[in-house]
Design a protein around this ligand. Sequence first.
Ligand code: ADE
Ligand code: ZN
Length: 347
Amino acid sequence: MENPILSANYLRQLPKAEVHCHLEGCVPPSTAVALAERNGVTLPAGARVGDGRYHFLNFDEGLAIYVAVSRSMQTPEDFEAVTYESLTVGARGGLRYREIAFNPQNHPELSYDQMIGGILAGARAAEAAAGVVSRVVVAINRELGGEAAVRLVQDVIAHPHDEVVAIGLDSNELAGRPSEFVEAYDLARSAGLRLTAHAGEHGDSTEMVECLDLLKVDRIDHGYAALLDPQLLARTVDSQIPYSACWFVDEPALEVEGRRRDLAAMAAAGLNLSVNSDDPALIGPELDECFVDAAAHLGWSVEDAEKYALSGLDACFADDATVARLRAEFIAELDRLRPVAYGTNDK
Ligand code: ADE
Ligand code: ZN
């Protein structure tokens, strides 16, 4: 028998943790336009339509907007304000923990030290104001190659912060194989940083295998291509490595139905999935609406909703004491919310 439909109010209130969200993809168009004007940056037309959304037709156009929005953030205060706004907006939809990825290489006007100072100031203020805990993943732009990545990781290691927990790899998968980044990943691992990488989003499963075998990642970002590789699928079901799946697509032409089908198949195969927003302002929507959509399309029961509420904590790179504290808070909150799981008072 099918599960009864979970209330959207319940899903929005669930405590949530996400591990795959790009800071620069959290900047709403109105903020981007203000930053760009102040800092003398020209945004692509698709960022200036004025209807509260970004407009792009494919991944390359979306990435071009992402890079231009990144370039519009040019002071530590810009980073602080964007971080604070993104976390407090997320907190309104039940966000309690976020791993924030950001691309230092897309902000050549600022030093790593200046950027991370702004992010951590915004993150601490958001935790004080809205109770949302965050950690940072420093993401390598794979389009800039392995040597630049090593320099970035050296910079991260030279400016240690407890909140900076991992190295990631993103941007256009078709423009840089994981194998180019072995030295950067080895260096990060030896400094105690955790490791994640985008793979199998637009590239094929060989990218994912390289991430596992050569970069020795602790987590895979996206990973939909595993569905086309039975051996990799079986291997990662077996290992239960976390996949930070993202519910909505960055390529409108691909249509969201395809992504929903992939995620349903990945869940049915038994992969260890969490639900993530990726770029909530660029692609949309915020994490709470991803939960509402996922519950409807995967036919979640209350147990499923609770499992996915906790799955981001299971996949995260925060220290054990922080995770244990959050887990206890989540479990108490899930118990409190269970009676309203099938409430009808929502849209
Ligand atoms: N940077 C921001 N969003 C991204 C995505 N979906 N894939 C690759 N790089 C990104
Ligand atoms: Zn991403």
